[in-house]
Ligand binder design. Structure first.
Ligand code: PEP
Length: 260
């Protein structure tokens, strides 16, 4: 089986002014050495992308946007395009985060448009999916995740799907301090990989990266990363502190090195 390179990604959300972002990026740069065994990415707010890119120059840390709009340009006040992100140095973009779905009306259909535009612009989309607490409690986890996956990826070719990173983020675990157990997370990751295998074949399913997100931190990242189908993490709160995030990268490198 092809070995997938894991990714530890930090979503800074609506935190960090420009000077604060420069400080955090500088600390990270000094703490995260050339992590050849694990990819590392941070997604600062739009206002800080350009300065963070400058600070991270020469490091192994990649940068991503937290969202984009699907049009190339135009009268879309407040939005940014794929080419605007790549021009600042982004190589990734988070799409369909549950906070965007919850507060900004994003749907599987808009996620699909955004993924297409990201791929067209040469960005790696990190497509977020995950069930709410009520959906988990009413045993709808698999059906919700399957629908998000199918509709989000609708019409894409196998080659395109292979370029995407999926982030499974149970909504009830985001920013709540409640982490899915390793078994709960592995079970859904395995299900997602299985659906991808069914739709796009073995080699796409083996190659695609599936991250876990939801209160991941230094204390639980090792156990999560040890699971067969967990290929990294999308980290919110713990990515705002350079020491915690760098610890998570270090622990992940140790864990993947010993993973079979
Ligand atoms: C996230 O924002 O994607 C996330 C998982 O947040 P947290 O780690 O704070 O739960």
């Amino acid at each position: 089986m092809a070995k997938r390179k894991s990714l530890i990604a930090g979503n800074w959300k609506m935190y960090k002014t420009v000077p604060q972002a420069v400080d955090l990026a500088g600390r990270l740069k000094s703490l995260v050495s050339d992590s050849v065994d694990v990819d590392v990415m941070v997604a600062p707010p739009f206002t800080a992308l350009a300065v963070v890119a400058d600070v991270l120059k020469g490091s192994a840390i990649h940068m991503g946007g937290q969202d984009l709009f699907w049009e190339a340009e135009g009268a879309y006040t407040g939005e940014v395009s794929a080419s605007m992100l790549t021009a600042t140095g982004c190589t990734y973009v988070i799409i369909g985060h549950s906070e965007r779905r919850q507060y900004f009306g994003e749907t599987n259909a808009t996620v699909n448009k955004k993924i297409r535009s990201a791929l067209l612009g040469g960005l790696t989309p990190v497509m977020c999916i995950g069930e709410s607490e009520a959906e988990r409690e009413s045993n709808q986890t698999f059906s919700v995740v399957q629908k998000q996956l199918e509709e989000g990826l609708e019409g894409l070719t196998s080659d395109e799907v292979q370029k995407i990173t999926v982030a499974y983020e149970p909504v009830w675990a985001i920013g709540t301090g409640k982490t899915a157990t390793t078994d709960q997370a592995q079970e859904v990751h395995e299900f997602i990989r299985g659906r991808i295998e069914k739709a796009y074949g073995d080699s796409v399913a083996n190659a695609i990266r599936i991250l876990y997100g939801g209160s991941a931190k230094p204390e639980n990242i090792g156990d999560l990363m040890a699971m067969a189908d967990i290929d990294g993490a999308l980290v919110g709160g713990a990515s705002l502190n350079a020491d915690s995030f760098a610890d998570m990268v270090r622990i992940s490198i140790d864990t993947v090195t010993n993973k079979t």
